[in-house]
Design a protein around this ligand. Structure first.
Ligand code: MG
Length: 253
């Protein structure tokens, strides 16, 4: 009895890192405490250097069907969906980089194996047809580069998630929009939920339900230490953050 109590105390005093630990996804690369612009290749290199589990990035389709990496719908004022790739080259990130193509970004990520590439397919403002075209081109690009093992997809568009799975049944696809229960996602073979903090707080059973259904759980964007600790204790699979350096410290406590 005493022995097992001692054992229990030892186990419970072990750090968060001793149990199946949440993995870190750097949101838009690692940029907050570096000089790297969000979603630049430099921000990916910083993520690789920090040895985070995954680097997230956002992909849009230009008017002339080039996949490019940027968060907002515009790149320093140039609307991506209605501009050609050549037109986007008129602007540069403050570090001198042009808007990265998804191809260049993936190639930079494929130069190593330690950090996964978390490919967010953006919803095209011109409509579902363009979003689905972007999904098709993305899967083709990832296959062409042989990047399947290193890429996981995320998307707000439910239609895009379904199309991504249809095009590559083995691809890992996680849904971002927060309006589907774990059971609903399981029914359509989506691999996991990647939801805003508040969605989990409003649906406190979903992490457990997802785990029971063998779905992955990911939460964004977790930047405060108290929230990091909360979700680490909930054993969420992935925590997406703008503060990966802080999250590393929290998880190593
Ligand atoms: Mg994103």
């Amino acid at each position: 009895m005493k022995k097992s109590l001692v054992l229990l105390t030892v186990i419970s005093s072990l750090s968060l890192s001793a149990v199946a630990q949440s993995k870190i996804i750097a949101h838009r690369g690692v940029w907050k405490h570096t000089q790297a612009p969000q979603n630049s290749i430099k921000s990916l290199e910083e993520a690789i250097q920090l040895k985070v589990w995954g680097a997230e990035f956002d992909v849009h389709l230009t008017k002339d069907d080039v996949l490019v990496v940027n968060h907002d719908n515009d790149f320093y004022g140039i609307d991506i969906a209605t501009a050609t790739y050549a037109e986007l080259l008129a602007k540069k990130h403050p570090n001198g980089e042009s808007i990265p193509t998804a191809e260049a970004y993936l190639k930079a990520g494929l130069a190593q194996k330690g950090t996964k590439l978390i490919y967010e397919l953006k919803t095209n403002k011109l409509g579902t047809e363009r979003t689905l075209k972007a999904a098709e081109q993305s899967v083709a690009l990832v296959k062409q580069l042989g990047a399947q093992a290193q890429v996981e997809y995320i998307a707000f568009s439910y239609d895009a998630c379904l199309r991504l799975k249809e095009l590559d049944a083995k691809a890992k696809v996680h849904y971002l929009n927060g309006d589907k229960s774990p059971k609903e996602l399981k029914a359509v073979k989506i691999d996991g939920l990647d939801y805003h903090i508040n969605v989990y707080k409003q649906n406190p059973t979903w992490i457990k339900e997802a785990k029971n259904l063998k779905l992955k759980t990911n939460v964004w964007t977790v930047n405060k230490e108290e929230d990091m600790t909360f979700f680490a204790k909930e054993k969420v699979d992935f925590i997406t953050t703008d503060e990966p350096e802080l999250l590393q410290k929290v998880l190593s406590k």
